[in-house]
Design a protein around this ligand. Structure first.
Ligand SMILES: Cc1cc2nc3c(=O)[nH]c(=O)nc-3n(C[C@H](O)[C@H](O)[C@H](O)COP(=O)(O)OP(=O)(O)OC[C@H]3O[C@@H](n4cnc5c(N)ncnc54)[C@H](O)[C@@H]3O)c2cc1C
Length: 315
């Protein structure tokens, strides 16, 4: 999407007046992604509250400059050319537990999912225990309907507070249109409201379970993750599983484990992870994505769909 120079400079001046030296320009996205990959964002701001985020989004809309809202950058591959417009990292992270007939945890979208998972386990609450090893924010987890070991965000989310062009409102989980690693908020979703809505908070319902049983389960999850997951920087699983097979199995059967492009590599440990060995470029990772897709299609007739999102200026 093109950004008009006059509009861009006007927005920059307006953001500077309001947030002064918190506004970063030409900020390397490699500093803000788990991949440690990605070129500059024209403008970069951290929103510490939902109100701040709403103000930033409204200003960008006023000047017609595109906005990309992100959490912790653990499920995205940002182009080497970076991102045009304004990137907002949502850090609003308040969390509240309430217990009446049922236990509800309400969290702002910038809260760390892993911390909530750990705290819930310590309180003897099941429902998010599968998330102890998943990095990223509550908002990012809702967008991609994150999950592991048979658990999904969609199992626990009951309501969401969202921001769109008309303001702040609440929606039910059914309206979020959750599917496997998908929701209405993710780019490429069927309804494709993707970039126009921001998640501000989520209300999740948990259920009591003895702490000892929960801790045992969590220890097993962590053990299995440590056994299988590569240690180098990544964005987690690159592809969704197909109807029949885990993507990693197909990529491994195609003989691609350990294949490199530049400093990017299909992990010898787990073929659905493409890792950054040091100074990999986004183009290197993308070349491996395309290689895996081509080979798996040719050899097994299976189409591999991305789980991670390619963000920014890929032209
Ligand atoms: C080592 C490793 C292991 C992982 N294991 C798993 C796993 O087991 N299961 C799993 O599901 N995932 C896994 N992931 C992927 C990732 O951790 C999750 O997808 C996570 O939920 C992403 O959260 P985030 O805040 O980093 O999102 P980001 O990467 O910042 O953003 C992802 C998408 O969500 C959007 N977004 C983020 N916040 C908001 C918001 N508030 N409003 C609107 N849109 C928003 C962004 O625009 C972007 O489209 C793993 C990643 C790594 C690095």
């Amino acid at each position: 999407m093109g950004v008009g120079l006059l509009e861009f400079e006007s927005l920059k001046a307006a953001l500077q007046r309001r947030w002064g030296d918190r506004l970063l320009t030409d900020e390397p996205m490699s500093e803000h992604t788990s991949y440690h990959i990605g070129g500059p964002a024209d403008l970069y701001l951290i929103a510490e509250s939902g109100d701040e985020l709403a103000q930033m989004v409204a200003l960008a809309a006023e000047y017609d400059v595109p906005v990309f809202v992100m959490g912790r950058g653990t499920n995205i591959l940002v182009a080497d050319a970076g991102i045009r417009g304004l990137v907002i990292e949502l850090r609003a992270g308040q969390v509240r537990y309430t217990s009446n007939d049922e236990t509800v945890v309400w969290a702002e979208a910038g809260a760390n999912l892993r911390d909530i998972a750990r705290e819930s386990v310590a309180r003897g609450l099941a429902g998010l225990d599968w998330a102890v090893g998943i990095p990223g924010s509550v908002g990012g987890a809702v967008v991609g309907n994150a999950g592991a070991f048979g658990g999904y965000m969609s199992d626990v989310v009951r309501r969401l507070t969202i921001l769109d062009a008309n303001g702040v409102r609440e929606i039910s989980a059914a309206e979020a249109e959750f599917d496997y690693r998908m929701s209405r908020f993710k780019a490429g979703s069927v309804t494709s409201r993707g970039r126009k809505e921001v998640i501000l908070a989520a209300e999740m319902v948990l259920r009591p379970e003895p702490v000892a049983a929960l801790k045992e389960r969590v220890a097993e999850y962590i053990r299995r993750r440590e056994e299988r997951q590569p240690v180098e920087p990544s964005a987690g699983s690159v592809f969704k599983r197909t109807a029949q097979y885990p993507a990693g199995f197909l990529i491994e059967q195609a003989g691609l484990k350990g294949i490199r492009r530049g400093e990017a590599m299909i992990s010898p440990r787990h073929a659905n992870f493409i890792v950054n060995l040091g100074r990999a470029r986004a183009a290197d990772v993308k070349a491996l994505i395309e290689l895996a897709q081509e080979r798996v299609l040719r050899e097994f007739g299976e189409r591999l769909e991305l789980e991670i999102e390619l963000i920014g200026d890929w032209d």
